[in-house]
Design a protein around this ligand. Sequence first.
Ligand code: CP
Length: 324
Amino acid sequence: MNVKNLQIDNNGRLRHLLCISGLNHQLLTDILDTAESFAGVTEQTVKKVPLLRGKTIVNMFFEASTRTRTTFELAAKRLSADVLNINITQSSTSKGETLLDTLRNLEAMHVDMFIVRHADSGAAHFMAANVAPHISIINAGDGRHSHPTQALLDMFTIRRIKGPDFGRLRVAIVGDIQHSRVARSQIHALNLLNTGEVRIVAPKTLIPAYAETLGAHVYHDLCTGIQDVDVIIMLRLQRERMQGALLPSEHEYYELYGLTEEKLAYASDDVTVMHPGPINRGVEMDSEVADGPRSVILEQVTHGIAVRMAVMSMAMRQRQEVPE
Ligand code: CP
């Protein structure tokens, strides 16, 4: 089934969240607006709202995660849902159980939503196409394909700092575009929000062949690529997804593409520096930049809670009206 049909119901509401390209401008903006209301909740002394009381949410992470898994869990708990964290290394996946069988067995426990991270591109889409109609699937990162809630929290962060008019912004995404599900999702989100200019900056070996078709201008020189930009999003080298020698050495990569205070001077005076994490200090960026006044890296993590609360509550709102 077409991603848009799986992701959005006939009334234009969110069913599953699989990728940004399956959203439209209205729904993306609704998610950011809803997240804005939840950001207030997370800043209160009592951080809970009863929206998902009685619902059960399952965190299924087949790949490592620090930020995404914990902020999904916190977000679900702040919505008063019950949360199950499946420890994949101790689950029956290690005995050869298929993804579909794992899904069917957890479905039999009457759960309401799966949050899934998987090394295979398309895993979340596969689950959405096979899951019972009252259950929602939220993609927490699949292979090189998509990491939609990361892109949403990044857009939320940019909107909070720079305001809602993305049309006046130049945004550069720097690093390993080739292997990055985050970059792909960010480019789709920035284009849906009509960003003035989206640039990608990387060595030729780390830019996919179809880069221009994504709707971004390609640069291979860091200083030219970040010239006068308002936002720089740095990316990690995804060594775990690289096949063969795509780079001479991390030291040489840092010399050419590592963000330092000196190189930051090429960007706009009020440039904002972002990174989805985890950071490799001294590889893609200098600690002085990562911890400096332009960096909003930890704010991104905080915003992840409100954005994930928004996504889960919007998907469940639709589900509450689906007859079982
Ligand atoms: N940004 C991100 O996805 O981080 P984790 O891998 O720690 O979840």
